[in-house]
Design a protein around this ligand. Structure first.
Ligand code: PRP
Ligand code: URA
Length: 209
C-alpha cells in the first residue's frame, strides 16, 4: 500500500521488543511510546516544505530553511493517543492540539465518539492524528471523517503498531491519508486485538489493568 510507511530500523525493533514485553512497567512503557513517537514524527515530516531564511552562524551568514510550526496540528485519539503527545510536541512545540475522544465498544468493536474539540483554524493546518494502535482501523477512519467534516484536507496518521486489516480499511476509505507506523504486525485475533501486538495500549500507558 503506497500510503503506508513503516519504520525499518534495528533500534526501533529493539525498542519495540521492550515495549511489547508484558514485564515492562508503566514508566518505561510511557517513555518508549514517547521516544518512538519522536522518530515517527521525523519520518512523517520528511516531505515538509521549509521557509527560506537567512541566519548568521558564528562564522558567517547563510541561507537555510525553517519549518512554519503554525501550519500543524496534532490530534491525539483519547485515551491512548495522549501517550504520544509529549513526544511529538517536543519536536514541533508550537503545533496546536485538537482532541478526539473515542473508545471501542467491546462487543461490536465499533468506535464510539465522546469528545471532539479542535482549534478554530484547523482547516488551514496539516493535521496529524496520533494513536499507538491501529487495529480494525475503525477509530482512525472515524477520526479522519470528523476532521474532513471540519474542512481539513491534509491528514496523516502516526501509530506505533498497526494491523494489515486496519491499514487496508484506511487505504480503501481514505487513500489520500498517509499512515506512518513503527511496525505492521500479523493479524487481528477474534477480540480484534493486534497479534502479536502489545496488549491494550491505554491500560499499559495509564496502568489501569
Ligand atoms: C484503542 C486504540 C485505538 C483503538 C484502535 O483504544 O488506542 O484508539 O483502540 O482500535 P481500532 O483500530 O479497532 O478502532 P481503546 O478503545 O482501547 O480506548 P482507550 O485509548 O481509551 O484505552
Ligand atoms: N487497542 C489496543 O490497545 N490494542 C490492540 O491490540 C487493539 C486495539
Amino acid at each position: 500500500m503506497e500510503n503506508v510507511f513503516e519504520l525499518n530500523h534495528p533500534l526501533i525493533t529493539h525498542k519495540l521488543a521492550i515495549l511489547r514485553d508484558k514485564h515492562t512497567g508503566t514508566k518505561e512503557f510511557r517513555e518508549l511510546i514517547g521516544e518512538i513517537s519522536q522518530v515517527l514524527i521525523y519520518e512523517a515530516l520528511k516531505d515538509a516544505e521549509l521557509d527560506e531564511v537567512e541566519i548568521e552562524t558564528p562564522i558567517q551568514s547563510m541561507k537555510t530553511g525553517k519549518l512554519n510550526e503554525d501550519k500543524y496540528a496534532f490530534v491525539p485519539i483519547l485515551r491512548a493517543g495522549m501517550g504520544m503527545l509529549d513526544g511529538v510536541i517536543s519536536v514541533i512545540p508550537n503545533a496546536k492540539v485538537a482532541h478526539i475522544g473515542m473508545y471501542r465498544n467491546e462487543e461490536t468493536f465499533e468506535p464510539v465518539n465522546y469528545f471532539f474539540k479542535v482549534p478554530k483554524d484547523i482547516e488551514k493546518r496539516e493535521v496529524i492524528i496520533i494513536d499507538p494502535m491501529l487495529a480494525t482501523g475503525g477509530s482512525a477512519c472515524d477520526a479522519i471523517e470528523l476532521l474532513k467534516s471540519k474542512g481539513v484536507t491534509k491528514i496523516k496518521v502516526l501509530c506505533i503498531i498497526s494491523a494489515p486489516e486496519g491499514l487496508e480499511k484506511v487505504y480503501k476509505e481514505h487513500p489520500d491519508v498517509k499512515v506512518y507506523t513503527a511496525h505492521i504486525d500479523e493479524y487481528l485475533n477474534p477480540n480484534r486485538y493486534i497479534v502479536p501486538g502489545l496488549g491494550d495500549a491505554g491500560d499499559r500507558i495509564y496502568g489501569t489493568k
